[in-house]
Design a protein around this ligand. Structure first.
Ligand SMILES: Cc1cc2nc3c(=O)[nH]c(=O)nc-3n(C[C@H](O)[C@H](O)[C@H](O)COP(=O)(O)OP(=O)(O)OC[C@H]3O[C@@H](n4cnc5c(N)ncnc54)[C@H](O)[C@@H]3O)c2cc1C
Length: 417
């Protein structure tokens, strides 16, 4: 059965990226249909750490990162793991990743990240206006905590990049740290704080609120598991499910990690890797924290959210459909207890999600070359929540201006073809 759809634009994937694309298109008067096999915001966009910052501009591919990897891999509580079965995917990707770690490349990548993060807090406030869900965005600082003896240095590239971009960064000692976050252990005796940030009180609820807004403005939502994309003779796309085909005049792929599989029949092989992350929620935590807190050495982020305290992080490179390894969530229990000694750890909830990661940590936001009316917005790795509003705007400009490609080559698909 072929369903005839009249929406100006069909968006496959109702995560935070698809939803922001939908709202930006609606702002320009276009009608939108969203398709997802689940409800809006129920995959990677559900379980992230909730950090929304104009200063999330430091990529993972930092100089010298390769020296840390062996240490991380042998530490049972370490932040990185890979599965042997995924090694044939990981090695070529890692080679390209390490090619991006020179200071020059990192600075160039960081500048593009700054453009994609620019104005994100104001943009979310605007998107949430009049939804009745404005409380889902909270003002926040980003508190990067260090244990005694590991003093942060603001002339390290990690901080320099942000400072040069205008971030209000300062080092504080233990006394000030305890005034800001009384629940933190005395083992942490200094911190770098970045002010002027925000955090999502519930990233999943934020997605639901944006989806509801899009639907109140006339968007339709269809729950369907798309198995294949086909290009028709008339230049439309058919989104094929076992039961039916959905027709799309113009299609944006916002399917996160699942996007590159859908493009393979059209001969696009993109270096997109599944970088899985985990979280552990402490449901009756007995303590509260006021900001996003990152344990810099162990690379996890903790935040008070609607369900309690969420501790999120870790990178695990494994096949998209490999079963979750919830030991990666479990390691967050001793780590978070070490950070917040009064935390009640008796009631927890585990989660795994998949970051769609390119080796330069930047997404693709582009028209697909040689494919009339097919667009891509995916690959936002660790930063999709922060980059989603700008992604929506760039995509809407591409579609309405009919530009051949984004002005910035660093986010074009052609950098990989
Ligand atoms: C542990 C962790 C912490 C993170 N913390 C942060 C943070 O603090 N700040 C930040 O900015 N970013 C963070 N991120 C990254 C951020 O969550 C992601 O970059 C972002 O959610 C990606 O959004 P998306 O819409 O591209 O993907 P998704 O949310 O995965 O959405 C893709 C959607 O497409 C649908 N779909 C896919 N294939 C099909 C198909 N064939 N048919 C139908 N539907 C389909 C899926 O069901 C899904 O809903 C974190 C990620 C993790 C894992």
């Amino acid at each position: 059965m072929l369903e005839n759809r009249q929406a100006d634009v069909t968006i496959l994937g109702a995560g935070i990226i698809g939803l922001c694309c939908a709202l930006s298109l609606q702002k320009r008067g276009l009608s939108v249909e969203l398709i997802d096999r689940k409800g809006p915001g129920e995959e990677t966009s559900y379980g992230n750490a909730g950090v929304i910052s104009p200063w999330s501009t430091v990529p993972q591919c930092m100089p010298g990162v390769w020296k840390q990897v062996p240490k991380w891999l042998i530490d049972p509580l370490g932040p990185v793991r890979f599965r042997w079965q995924y090694l044939d995917h990981l090695i070529p990707w890692a080679f390209r990743f390490f090619c991006n770690t020179s200071p020059g490349r990192v600075k160039a990548i960081s500048a593009v990240m700054a453009l994609l993060m620019n104005n994100n807090i104001t943009a979310y406030r605007e998107l949430l206006k009049n939804t009745g869900q404005e409380h889902l965005l909270l003002d926040s600082w980003f508190i990067n905590v260090f244990k005694a003896k590991s003093q942060p240095k603001l002339n390290d590239l990690t901080w320099r990049l942000r400072i040069e971009q205008g971030a209000p960064v300062e080092i504080i000692g233990q006394q000030q740290l305890k005034e800001i976050e009384p629940a933190i252990s005395d083992d942490y005796d200094n911190a770098v704080i970045i002010k002027g940030q925000a955090r999502a009180f519930s990233p999943g609820a934020l997605c639901k609120a944006l989806a509801e807004k899009a639907m109140n403005q006339g968007a339709s939502f269809k729950q369907a598991d798309i198995k294949k994309l086909e290009l028709s003779a008339e230049g439309n796309y058919h989104l094929v499910t076992p039961e039916k085909e959905i027709r799309a005049k113009r299609l944006i792929l916002c399917a996160g990690i699942w996007s590159s599989e859908l493009l393979k029949p059209f001969d696009f092989k993109l270096p997109l890797i599944a970088e899985r992350g985990y979280h552990l929620e402490f449901l009756n935590p007995g303590v509260e924290i006021n900001n996003s807190i990152q344990d810099v050495a162990s690379k996890f982020i903790v935040s008070s959210m609607s369900n309690g305290i969420r501790s999120a992080g870790t990178s695990e490179f494994a096949a998209i459909d490999a079963p979750p390894n919830y030991r990666r969530s479990d390691i967050l229990k001793p780590l978070t207890k070490r950070l917040l000694p009064a935390l009640n750890i008796n009631q927890t909830k585990k989660w795994m999600g998949i970051r769609p990661s390119f080796p330069d940590n930047l997404p693709v936001i582009d028209r697909i070359p040689q494919m009339c009316n097919l667009y891509a917005a995916f690959g936002h790795s660790h930063y999709g929540l922060g980059m989603a509003p700008a992604t929506g705007e760039i995509m809407a400009e591409l579609i309405t201006d009919k530009a051949a490609s984004p002005t910035n080559f660093a986010i074009s698909i052609q950098r990989f073809t």
